[in-house]
Design a protein around this ligand. Structure first.
Ligand code: PMV
Length: 358
């Protein structure tokens, strides 16, 4: 596998890795194989729009909740040729996913580690608006950390994960995670940080409206909406304001306030998308039906709120005591408790189960 560092984007990405790893870069791997797990995350205040495309630097801060056991488990091992399996299937080497992975791994190859085999298993549907690239690149960054025994802190891991996918910056931690936009050109101050709040009663449920891969990926959608949506100019101010309100709502355990802000933030992001030219409409008719049902449930006194990423699927936010009632309204609900008892991934059971390469 040859590295391709031509072009300023790759040079800048490599410089960012150098800055993050210091003299650990280019070292020999500590072992032949390593495994790591990372949860997917759902943003309560979304990351939408980049200030730098090469380094995935965002326009504004964002904050998310991690999704417990919904995520990606990745095993990586040294090899003489790159090969990637996703959910047991070999990725064709000319597929966009394989190109993206190869480009990412280029940042970490050395004489002693020229190529890698990677097996990733998602516990969530890929590319259906459930942020699987976030958990994929966070798990990969963690697996590389173990393979090379770098022993990186959260901040550095999050910088490395960000270079694979923006929202992956937040998937290196659990619970409430804020990703700082930072102001530096090299992105050294754009990393994720865990909020101290623990809220065991909090629940997120996903409603799988469509498991089909989306027609337009978040990278392209983000670029198009920033460049063409007349509503984008209002987004950064909205996001900063929502973030401050969310911090206050979480700090005071004000669930209705938190839910209302998260829902409004997601709908504002979709308004930006819908106003893009050409329009980007991720919603299916069922998406709107669920949003309407959530509104009706609230009118009946149930404190439930909705959020959506770049896809048709809806996630519900509520507190544990509402679970039974919501299961009656939505029988297919997949419920997750974000504060699942693990304060970091090293103690997560999925971390220890390696995927068999044989
Ligand atoms: O990390 P990306 O490029 O897949 O972008 C993710 C963007 C959203 O999921 C829609 C919002 C977010 O903050 O996760």
């Amino acid at each position: 596998m040859t590295r391709n560092f031509e072009g300023s984007a790759n040079v800048r990405r490599l410089a960012a890795v150098h800055a993050a790893l210091g003299d650990r870069i280019g070292g020999a791997p500590a072992q032949h194989e390593a495994t790591a797990f990372a949860s997917a995350n759902i943003a309560l205040c979304k990351y939408w729009g980049k200030r730098d495309h090469d380094l995935n630097l965002p326009m504004t801060n964002s904050v998310s909740l991690s999704l417990g056991s919904l995520g990606t488990r990745t095993s990586i091992r040294l090899s003489d040729m790159d090969r990637y399996w996703l959910n047991g299937e070999l990725l064709p080497c000319d597929s966009p996913e394989a190109h993206r992975l190869a480009e990412y791994l280029d940042l970490f190859r050395s004489e002693q580690a020229p190529a890698f085999e990677i097996r990733s298993d998602n516990t969530i549907p890929t590319a259906a608006g459930l942020a699987s690239s976030a958990s994929a690149y966070a798990a990969l960054a963690r697996a590389l950390d173990r393979l090379f025994d770098w022993r990186l802190d959260l901040r550095t891991l999050s910088i490395l994960a960000r270079l694979g996918s923006g929202s992956a910056a937040r998937s290196v931690a659990t619970g409430f995670v804020e990703w700082h936009a930072g102001t530096r050109e090299d992105g050294a101050d754009s990393f994720a940080e865990q909020w101290p709040e623990v809220w065991p009663e909090l629940r997120i449920a996903t409603l799988f409206i469509s498991k089909a891969p989306k027609a337009i990926g978040s990278r392209e959608a983000m670029r198009r909406s920033v460049e063409t949506s007349p509503l984008y100019s209002a987004w950064p101010t909205t996001a900063w304001r929502d973030l401050a309100s969310l911090r206050a709502a979480v700090g005071s355990r004000d669930f209705p306030r938190m839910g209302a802000i998260a829902e409004a933030n997601a709908l504002a992001m979709h308004a930006v998308l819908i106003a893009s030219r050409p329009a980007i409409i991720y919603w299916q008719p069922e998406t709107l039906a669920v949003l309407r049902q959530v509104e009706l449930l609230r009118a009946e006194g149930l404190s439930v709120y909705a959020t959506l990423d770049a896809g048709p699927n809806v996630k519900l936010l509520f507190l544990a005591d509402l679970e039974t009632a919501l299961r009656t309204a939505f029988p297919d609900l997949a419920v997750v408790a974000p504060f699942f008892g693990y304060t970091n991934f090293s103690s997560h059971p999925l971390n220890a189960q390696k995927i068999d390469f044989a």
